[in-house]
Design a protein around this ligand. Structure first.
Ligand code: NAG
Ligand code: NAG
Length: 340
């Protein structure tokens, strides 16, 4: 009994000692240094500061300048890698979300779902604005004037939330090392959304004039977009890291839901009518094919690590939800339950 109590005491003391040691034992050079020495935290680094004579001087530990990131030897090294395919798909996803949100809002606002040139003009205008904004965003990022990007690789979730990782060595002072570790994948989305709003004011009036679109049907989509983009920017600001890792699942889930919603909102639920209305109505055909594209995009992003041959096999699953809905619709008709 006393033995185990003594053991317990020793154990607790050891833990306290180790902790105190850890707290008071973190040593690093606080000022500028001539040779690189370690910095606390994941994202603190030293950058070269110009000196009068030939020696290189490294700054005190802090956040790296924009466009660079602390490497394993605590030097701020420039972001020179190119985005991976997954990174590009993530950026595409953020662009497509902005466009689809606008398209949905345009469809919700127009009173009748029939095809009209005015609604088509608004859709087309949103598409052109998004494309222009995305291109300009890429052109004004390094390397300037090309559609390529220079970036730092995403290594882990916390890269998106460096502000939560400001170290507080020895509980003395907080080192502010928050920076865009995934440069430019985080800020570029804000720039794209901002430019989209700019394009909205720049291009939409001309398109509305070209399609003779006046009154509510012209102004409401603009108001809707002025709400949508700040909301999207806010969601991106808070959730970017989570979205980066989850977007393949998000896109598959949302497109499956929206696909089911599209079919469920048809008046005639017999499989013949579902099939016929899909093929005969241009609007329905575009919606269904659009969903197939989204399914395909999500599946490719989700299974990017597979062999290319397997990827092709996975892509044959794309139209499956449509066929399943059409084939199974007669079993899921709520009217059947009441008549049985
Ligand atoms: C360069 O300047 C630093 C201080 O600014 C000094 O410590 C160092 O000795 C100088 N080096 C030479 C080669 O003069
Ligand atoms: C870190 O960056 C510095 C400066 O760019 C470079 O000299 C050094 O080799 C880099 N270290 C590693 C491990 O990449």
């Amino acid at each position: 009994m006393t033995n185990s109590r003594a053991l317990c005491c020793v154990f607790v003391l050891a833990i306290i000692f180790l902790n105190v040691h850890a707290i008071h034992g973190y040593y690093y050079d606080k000022g500028p240094v001539q040779t690189l020495t370690k910095c606390p935290g994941f994202y603190c680094g030293r950058h070269q500061i110009p000196s009068k004579n030939d020696t290189t001087i490294w700054s005190p530990c802090g956040s790296c300048p924009r466009g660079s990131r602390a490497n394993s030897t605590w030097a701020c090294s420039d972001c020179t890698s190119s985005p991976t395919i997954y990174d590009w798909m993530y950026l595409c996803f953020m662009v497509v979300v902005g466009l689809l949100a606008q398209w949905y809002s345009i469809d919700m606002i127009t009173p009748n779902p029939q095809f009209s040139w005015k609604t088509f003009g608004t859709h087309l205008s949103a598409f052109i604005e998004t494309c222009l904004s995305a291109c300009i965003t890429l052109l004004i990022h390094e390397p300037f004037g090309s559609l390529q990007l220079r970036s730092c690789a995403v290594e882990q979730l916390s890269d998106w939330y460096t502000i939560l990782h400001n170290p507080n060595p020895n509980y003395e002072e907080v080192l502010h090392c928050a920076q865009e570790a995934v440069y430019p994948l985080y800020s570029i989305v804000f720039i794209h959304y901002g430019l989209s709003v700019f394009m909205l004011f720049f291009i939409r009036p001309w398109m509305n004039r070209a399609f003779q679109n006046r009154g509510h049907s012209a102004s409401r989509p603009i108001y809707a977009a002025l709400y949508l983009f700040p909301i999207l920017a806010l969601i991106h600001g808070v959730m970017a890291g989570l979205i980066y890792y989850a977007f393949p699942s998000i896109i598959i889930l949302l497109s499956l839901m929206s696909h089911a919603f599209h079919f469920a909102s048809r008046s005639d639920q017999s499989w013949r009518a579902l099939l016929f209305e899909t093929v005969s109505c241009v609007h329905n055909l575009v919606v269904v094919i659009g969903h197939w594209l989204l399914h395909g995009f999500g599946l490719v992003a989700l299974t990017l690590w597979l062999q290319p041959q397997l990827l092709a096999a996975v892509l044959t699953l794309v139209p499956l939800p449509t066929f399943l809905y059409i084939v199974l619709s007669r079993f899921t008709d709520p009217g059947k339950f009441h008549s049985d």
